[in-house]
Design a protein around this ligand. Structure first.
Ligand code: ZN
Length: 394
């Protein structure tokens, strides 16, 4: 495969090449070069981007029929010799993540006998899937530690096409899933894998590998991680968060967890206390309303229009008022929606429904119903309008 120059050199990001095939499809013009350093999407690693003959390279893929590397462009380009530039930051990021993945996969094999069955390199997340169901936290820490140890030792990363005899002798972690010549990527003598990806030349270039999250799946375990520049950026972000939390909680970083624990139990206690006081408050308010009732044919009628109060509170008042016998409560709330709550004691035989319907109609129509407590809502009206509707009900 002489046309895939990146196999032998991951660091050439600017080169000249000859266009040997050109498609002028108006939506997605594309070209094939005599030799290319552009990496096509494959083996879990995304394609490179960059420029080619002045056009932007939006996608690079392998054509199934003949294995040619197709460069999709945002504009047609002239044939002949063209200049190419690969987005080096994106490419180097992929090299760091991919080499980090090889080391981490070997580390999991060594510390937990867990084989990698999937690899995903995305813009936001990078993960491997392991064929192990129960991975203790200690094993995960151990695998990350071993990975960073290999990174620190800065062993050489090599890639080559061994002949059949040499291939036979290599203990490959990942068997090739392609026919034909097999490319092997070796991380010192720590890991040997069949892989077509682009890798850093020395393990030290991975810089740092950090495991972020462990997710149990139906089959196996997903390990989310970051390597290289992404891991350092993540460290900086998290350090900033810790600094802010430490300042907000006025404690040392090591005391944040304890401080948040205390804060959350204080909050639970406060909420409980607040609920008790609120109940007591509503009891008092219900008693005051009861005292303001007018007697109509032996029934104590409480009328009151509120403004902008929660429905639950006013429903709570209606319930309190009508727990005692001989009470009718005609309550309403003016606000973004007008709420109407008409309730009566068990022993009151009067049918409030016609009054309720009439009041809702007077408020411009609305929906509502219920049994002993009738509840409904209508469009927004003035508090004075609601007050007069309630006053003329029953
Ligand atoms: Zn690989």
């Amino acid at each position: 495969m002489p046309t895939r120059s990146y196999y032998g050199d991951s660091y050439t990001w600017q080169f000249d090449a000859t266009v040997v095939e050109s498609s002028q499809d108006a939506n997605a013009p594309s070209v094939v070069l005599d030799a290319t350093y552009f990496y096509p999407t494959s083996g879990g690693q995304p394609h490179d981007t960059g420029t080619l003959g002045g056009a932007n390279v939006t996608d690079v893929h392998v054509r199934e029929s003949d294995g040619a590397v197709v460069h999709v462009l945002d504009a047609p380009i002239a044939t002949g010799v063209v200049s190419a530039a690969i987005d080096g930051a994106r490419r180097f990021d992929h090299m760091q993540q991919h080499t980090g993945q090889h080391i981490l996969s070997q580390a999991f094999l060594r510390v937990a006998n867990a084989a990698t069955i999937g690899f995903h390199l995305g813009v936001d997340t990078i993960s491997i899937d392991l064929d192990a169901n129960a991975l203790p936290e200690a094993r995960i820490l151990e695998a990350a530690e071993l990975t960073n140890h290999v990174v620190s030792n800065d062993v050489e990363v090599r890639s080559w096409f061994p002949d059949a005899a040499e291939l036979q002798a290599l203990a490959l972690r990942k068997m090739p899933d392609v026919d034909g010549p097999v490319r092997v990527v070796a991380i010192g003598d720590f890991d040997f894998s069949a892989c077509g990806g682009t890798h850093v030349a020395r393990a030290g270039e991975v810089g740092l590998l950090s495991v972020l999250r462990v997710e149990r799946m139906k089959r196996g375990t997903r390990i989310e991680f970051l390597a290289g520049h992404r891991a350092r950026a993540d460290y900086a972000r998290k350090h900033a968060i810790v600094r802010e939390l430490s300042a907000a909680l006025t404690c040392a970083p090591a005391e944040i967890v304890e401080a948040v624990g205390k804060l959350s139990s204080t909050l639970v206690e406060s909420r409980r206390a607040l609920a008790t006081y609120r109940e007591r408050d509503l009891d008092d308010e219900a008693a005051r309303l009861r005292a303001s009732a007018t007697l109509v044919e032996g029934v104590n009628v409480v009328r009151r229009a509120f403004n902008g109060r929660p429905v639950d509170e006013i429903k709570g008042l209606a319930l309190r008022l009508t727990t005692e016998p001989d009470v009718i409560a005609l309550l309403g709330i003016a606000g973004q929606r007008t709420q109407l709550i008409f309730a009566k004691s068990e022993n009151v035989t009067v049918d409030l429904k016609p009054w309720f319907d009439k009041a809702l109609a007077a408020l411009g129509g609305g929906k509502g119903g219920g049994g002993r407590i009738l509840m409904g809502s209508a469009a927004q009206v003035d508090e004075a309008v609601l007050d007069s509707v309630i006053s003329s009900s029953y």
